[in-house]
Design a binder for this molecule. Structure first.
Ligand code: FRU
Length: 445
């Protein structure tokens, strides 16, 4: 066995007692770690022909704790190779109590991770070889040892770094008690010495913003934050190092958190998010896994500068035969919102409904705003995968639902009021054993 295959096989061994391959609730075409806990996507980046995805990971079980950075890469955005753990806490180091969320960039040709170490929250660097396999912590860690002097903040974590007019800029998630969440703006020439500038933007949305993500899109800039289980975004202009917000919305109204984006080789802005569990901790631990990565969503702005979001086109190649039921399916439906006070469809026990009068889309107990233009039809794309249901509506609203059916009866797709057309396909699994990386073929990918 070649070393790479051995490594992949070792990583893929399921947790003792949990039969991941036969677990109906475990997704088949969403990315997951081989086992145990995952939360935020970290440092997604396109590098040397592959998409790299890191993630908050507890290697000790399917519960949050002892945060590491897991790592996988993909040539096609759909099929993955699990790679060795990128970052682990260094005993006695600035990240001894956890390697928290951050980003990946290329500095002077070298892959570099900027992340938060905890207790207290500080910012750290790590760099690697060109394969992004062997990561080394920077001797200057922590490069930022405390929040700006004189500023009383609710938190200080999850750096987002980008190149801007010949320097590095960075946002750190933070907040002001009683006022709202904020993202603190810094600048640097070398990633080691940082100068604090000012809060980029503050709003009365919760009191702590985690995982800020800030990037240019079309003619505008977009700031996405994670605030107490919600994912607000802001669209505006970035001028003179200030963010002038013009509109806002929510990325996903369901079990979705901590999204993070990057620009790929085709110039697309791709967003990953953490799909949270919605069952008790004991059930997660017993299953041997917790947390799913969302499908890759491509972000654009429409002619009215509204944020548009749709699953990457690559997933279309997973379509198999047409089927109106199952645990791995994609549904495409068009509904006429004028057909009744409520229009919708059902996927097993989960009802997806739209009420034009309220301008809201609901699914499995969550809801999100969606106002259709006069005469505009409701266009749904629904991705069912084990216990995950990702719902996309008219490219501008999404709801991620968790549904853990008991027993083995197949879910059926049932059109309800207002359905004008409905198509559904079975989707192909991305691995043979629900480990989300086809280890046997990993070398070829
Ligand atoms: C968001 C978050 C981040 C933190 C990480 C720790 O889910 O709380 O703020 O860095 O998770 O795992």
């Amino acid at each position: 066995m070649r070393r790479r295959d051995f490594l992949a096989a070792a990583l893929a061994a399921p947790a003792a007692g949990a039969d991941l391959a036969r677990d109906r609730h475990r997704p088949q075409y969403h990315f997951l770690p081989p086992r145990n806990w995952m939360n935020d996507p970290n440092g997604p980046i396109w590098w040397k022909g592959r998409h790299h995805l890191f993630y908050q990971h507890n290697p000790n079980g399917a519960f949050w704790g002892d945060m590491h950075w897991g790592h996988a890469s993909s040539k096609d955005l759909v099929h993955w190779t699990h790679l060795p753990m990128a970052l682990a806490p260094t005993p006695g180091g600035a990240d001894k109590d956890g390697v928290f969320t951050g980003c990946a960039i290329i500095h002077e040709g070298r892959p570099t991770i900027v992340y938060t170490g905890v207790n207290p929250e500080v910012q750290c660097l790590a760099t690697s070889d060109h394969r992004m396999i062997a990561w080394k912590k920077h001797p200057a860690n922590p490069v930022i040892a405390a929040p700006p002097a004189g500023l009383s903040v609710t938190g200080f974590r999850d750096p987002c770094v980008w190149r801007h007019e010949g320097q590095w800029l960075m946002l750190i998630g933070s907040g002001f008690k009683g006022t709202g969440g904020t993202a603190l703006l810094y600048r640097s020439a070398d990633l080691v010495r940082w100068e604090y500038l000012h809060p980029l933007f503050t709003a009365a949305v919760d009191q702590m913003w985690e995982c800020p993500d800030f990037f240019p899109l079309g003619r505008k800039w977009v700031l996405i934050v994670s605030a107490n289980r919600t994912t607000p975004y802001f669209v505006g202009e970035f001028r003179d190092l200030k963010f002038h917000v013009q509109s806002r919305g929510v990325i996903d109204g369901g079990a979705y958190y901590a999204p993070k984006s990057y620009r790929d080789n085709r110039g697309r802005r791709i967003l990953w998010g953490w799909i949270q569990e919605r069952r008790p901790r004991e059930a997660q631990v017993a299953a041997g896994w917790s947390g799913v990565m969302s499908l890759a969503r491509v972000l654009t702005l429409d002619a009215r500068d509204r944020l548009q979001m749709e699953p990457a086109g690559e997933y279309r190649k997973l379509r198999q035969n047409r089927a109106r039921g199952g645990d791995s399916i994609e549904v495409e439906a068009v509904l006429d919102p004028a057909a009744g006070a409520e229009v919708g469809l059902a996927v097993g026990a989960v009802r997806i409904a739209y009420r034009a009068g309220e301008g809201r889309l609901t699914a499995g107990g969550s809801s999100t705003a969606l106002v259709l233009d006069p005469g505009e039809k409701l266009s749904l794309r629904v991705f069912v995968d084990g216990s995950v249901i990702e719902v996309f509506a008219n490219r501008r609203a999404s709801l991620t639902v968790r549904d853990y059916p008991a027993g083995s009866a197949e879910r059926a797709v049932e059109p309800g009021a207002g359905v004008v057309s409905l198509d559904a396909w079975r989707l192909k699994a991305i691995s043979k054993n629900r480990l989300s990386a086809d280890t046997a073929a990993s070398g070829a990918r």
